[in-house]
Structures are given as structure tokens and as C-alpha cells.
Design a protein around this ligand. Sequence first.
Ligand code: BMA
Length: 311
Amino acid sequence: MKPKLHPFMRFEHNPILTREDIPYPCNTVFNAAACKFNGQYLLLLRVEDLRGHSHLTLARSDDGYHFEVDKEPWIVPSEDPEIEVYERYGVEDPRITQMDDTYFITYTAYGPYGPRAAIGYTKDFESFQRISMISVPDDKDAVLFPEKIGGNYAVLNRPQGLGGEKGAIWITYSPDLVYWGKSRLILGPEPGWGPSKVGMCIPPLKTDEGWLAIYHGVRETGGGRIYRIGAMLLDLDNPESVLGYTPHFIFGPEFPYERTGDVQNVVFPCGGVVEEDRTLKMYYGAADTCIALAEAKLDDLVELCIKGISQ
Ligand code: BMA
């Protein structure tokens, strides 16, 4: 059997959240982290305020499709003098990784020196503790593996690569989530659908065949950038080894809410929830203006990573 070339099905009532659903004035809502907590689905929304600065607000759901947004923002730029300058222009694009009873949140801290990858945690989705800045600028799209690798925490991130090949996915390790190192390249941009840069989307999902890593690729065109989605499979014990990846993008902007908005032609997932039947609910920002949902079977995604290249 040939693998399914386009494994994701969009939710028929997309988009699931727009700024009309935010109970206070804002410009847009997009790029949300996702997880399950106490039986509920949680989205951690990136909300862009009327100045163009972002903060993070929780939304809650019993079925994963219909969300109610909290009345107040949850994670806002830090006023701690040690951190303030790095978050002065906002906190963006969160990702959630659960390890036991701790939910780590990686996000992009954005300030006058550029974007930095940062990490903190919560256990109750009430208090949030910052842990460290994972990187110096320019770096984005950090996702934490849900297990230690060889005894260390591991993050996939995306240094910009000024002066060299730009926009590749790297791995970096830490014994304590404070000191980071042993960084290595995982996947760089390639001619085709993602030649300008690539970056991680959803934190790696464990499967029997390997870590399923859903990432975005960016192509600069005469009409602007297009953000689309691919997947790769990383070895479970040594995620520096890429076992396979989809030879083509598997999800891209097609519908009006993905094609048109503050930034046209963008689909940008930051969160996913895997259901018991191994369906992945992928929550994605569309055109930097709203949030939408698409679903795929994990097995179809894994198969496409392994066989896609040979079909
Ligand atoms: C990336 C990130 C995302 C955004 C995307 C498209 O660099 O900043 O937050 O969705 O650009 O504008």
C-alpha cells in the first residue's frame, strides 16, 4: 500500500479561535501550544496585543474542538530586571512538553537584541516559573523532548545562522535545563518546499519507530513567504540520527483563513495532542491571525517518513 500523501484532515468548522473569542482587546490570536491537563484540553495561545507585542493566554476545552478563553493573560513579559530586556517586545510561540507531573513550556523571548529560546515550567497552570534562556539571539522554535536522552534533557532549536547557512534545526543538551551544550545540526533547509529555513513545530512525539518530529519549512517566493509542514523520524536513542523524512510538504496553506491575514500563506503548528487511537490533533496558527485544527493518524505520518521517499 502506498502511504497517504496528505495525511491531515482539517476540522470542518475551522478556524477554532479568532480574536472575537478573546475576552479583551487584541489584534490576533495564533500559534498555540497544546496539552491535556486534568482531563481537559488546554491551549496556550499566542495573543498579539494592539501594540503588536505578544503574551500567552490559556484556553480550555472538554472535547478538543470548542475552546473557552481565560479572561486574563497568563504569561506576560517578565519585569524581573535580569530578564526584562529579553522579553521587552513579547513572549511568543509557546510549546508544552509534559514530563511526569511537570509541564515545561518553551517559548520565544523577543527583545531589542532579537529572539531567544527560553524555558520555564508549571505544575498547575496557575503559577509559572522561568528556568533559563536556552540560547543567545537569534534563536527560535525550541521544543523539549518528553524524555531525557542519554541522561540529559534535550531540545531541538533553530539558530538563525547569521553568516552561514541560515535557519536549520539543531539539537542541544542540558543536565539541569540551565546550562546548554553539545549542540549539533539535525536538518538544514533544502531546495524545494523549504529552502529558506526550517524549524520545529510540535515537541517530538514518541512512536515505536522513532521520534516523530513535525517541522515547518519556509520558501521565499516573488509573492512573499510560504510556511508549510513536513515530518521527520529521529532515532529513539540517538535523535541526532534522522531515519527518514517526508520528501514533500504534508500540509500547507490552502483555505482562505490560511492564505489571508496579517501574514499571508502561513500554517504554523506549535501544539498537538495524541488521542488513545493514535490520532494527532494538530493546532496551528493560520496566517498569523487565527487558530485552526487538523487531524492525522500517527501511523500515516510515520509511514510517510519511512516510505515516502521511495514511493
Ligand atoms: C515565524 C514566527 C512565527 C510566525 C511566522 C510567520 O518567524 O515568528 O511566529 O507565525 O514567522 O509570520
